[in-house]
Structure formats: structure tokens, C-alpha cells
Design a protein around this ligand. Structure first.
Ligand code: SAH
Length: 224
């Protein structure tokens, strides 16, 4: 899968997407992340990509021309399944949406900044709008990093069996069971005995029960 991310602050994206599982995904050739600096498409040699909002409101708006030129440039090179805009009024990201997006080939993610982007971009160029939650960020970069991370780890082959996404929270509408590691007894705080009993069937049942209990007490809405 290839994800092209368009941003006015590309540095915000480099670090979150170049470590740990995202790094491995790219090294294995399963995920290609291309970060584009929107200023490369500025309308003048002052690097201008934004302007004042019509209507006299405070705050800058990302202009249509640089974004249109950038997206058209990308589209000349390949077909994109979705052109995503990160936006607080978009569809809220969840695991189901991440599962679906992880099956796509090529995605563009446009990060807004300041007051947002000229609405005509959303009307004519964007195919999907995603929010990462009901709060407002200063820019779409952190949202794009979140979207890329949760999609990227779902691409087959990215996670090994041990950390398989199938047992994570929200797959099957259940939260994950608790996990423990050594020592089995830390100053009297003990790990549930069943986990080191070696009895695989009991361990499996314990995990299922815990996942269900946890979901019932913390997120009963998921079970509906
Ligand atoms: N004025 C806008 C917010 C602009 S915030 C409004 O009230 O809706 C600047 C940019 O940050 C947005 O254009 C968007 O790309 C990004 N952003 C902010 N909050 C976000 C969220 N919850 N999810 C995804 N992107 C978000």
C-alpha cells in the first residue's frame, strides 16, 4: 500500500511514521509513505499556500490552487482509491474503517491547517473525510499519523503472529484481555495463576472471559 500525505508541516509526520512497526512495514516493502510539502506547490516564491478567509473571519485558509496542483500531480502517477481530508467534522475513525482502508492500494491524505482548507477542495477533490475524535487539533498531521499507523499495522504481513491484530481491542467488538509479564509475583502483586498453568484451553477461556467482562464494564455500547 502507498499513502501520500500532503502537509504544510511535513516535519510533524516524519518521526511518528519512521519507528517501530511503521518502520518495519516500510522496510518490508508492505507500506510506502510519501510525505509531500505543500509549499512545493506554493503560488509564488514567498511560499504562499494560504490566504485570509472571505467574510472577514480571523485565521488563514489553505488555498485551492496549490492543493489542486499537488493532487493532480499525484493522480498523473497512479490511481488513488480515496483522497482523504482530515477534519473534525468528518466520519469518526474506528477499527472497522481502518480494516476497510487497509485493503486499499493507494491513498492520499490531505492535512488541513489554520482555519482549514477552502471548501471547494472538499466539494470537488476529496472522496472521504475522517475525524480522529470530537476535539480540535492545530493541524491534520497528527490525525494523518494516527490514520496511517492504524491502517498500516493491519496490512497482512506487517505484524507477526505474536502481536496479531486479530486479538486487539475492537476486532470482534471486544476490548482486549489484560496482559502480564515476569515476574509472576512482584512484592505480593500476583499474575493470575491460570496464565502460567500451561493449560492452553483454560488460558484461552480466561482470556475470552476477561475480554467479555472488560467490555461489559467499560464499553457496554460495543456489545449492542
Ligand atoms: N476550524 C475548523 C478546525 C480547524 S483545525 C473547525 O472548527 O472545524 C485545523 C486542521 O486540523 C483541520 O483543517 C483538520 O485538518 C485538522 N484537525 C483538527 N481537528 C481534527 C480532528 N479531530 N480530526 C482530524 N483532523 C483534525
Amino acid at each position: 500500500m502507498r499513502i501520500d500525505i500532503i502537509s504544510v508541516v511535513p516535519d510533524l509526520l516524519h518521526s511518528p511514521l519512521s519507528h517501530s512497526i511503521m518502520k518495519r512495514a516500510q522496510e518490508k516493502g508492505l507500506l510506502e509513505v510519501n510525505i509531500i510539502n505543500l509549499r512545493d506547490y506554493a503560488i509564488n516564491n514567498h511560499g504562499q499556500v494560504d490566504d485570509y478567509a472571505f467574510g472577514g473571519e480571523a485565521g488563514m485558509v489553505l488555498m485551492i490552487e496549490p492543493i489542486d496542483n499537488c493532487i493532480q500531480d499525484l493522480k498523473k502517477q497512479r490511481h488513488y482509491d480515496e483522497v482523504i481530508y482530515t477534519s473534525p467534522d468528518g466520519q469518526t475513525l474506528n477499527q472497522g474503517m481502518a480494516n476497510q482502508l487497509s485493503m486499499k492500494e493507494n491513498l492520499i491524505i490531505l492535512c488541513g491547517h489554520y482555519k482549514g482548507v477552502d471548501e471547494r477542495i472538499r466539494e470537488h477533490l476529496i472522496t472521504k473525510e475522517i475525524s480522529i475524535g470530537d476535539y480540535v487539533l492545530s493541524g491534520g498531521e497528527l490525525a494523518a499519523a494516527v490514520i496511517t499507523d492504524c491502517i498500516g499495522r493491519l496490512i497482512p504481513g506487517v505484524l507477526n503472529d505474536e502481536s496479531s491484530a486479530l486479538f486487539d481491542s475492537f476486532q470482534d467488538n471486544l476490548l482486549s484481555h489484560p496482559v502480564y509479564t515476569r515476574p509472576a509475583d512482584y512484592n505480593g502483586w500476583k499474575v493470575p495463576e491460570v496464565l502460567y498453568s500451561g493449560h492452553q484451553a483454560n488460558i484461552k477461556k480466561w482470556k475470552e472471559d476477561q475480554a467479555l467482562q472488560r467490555t461489559q464494564s467499560r464499553r457496554p455500547d460495543l456489545l449492542k
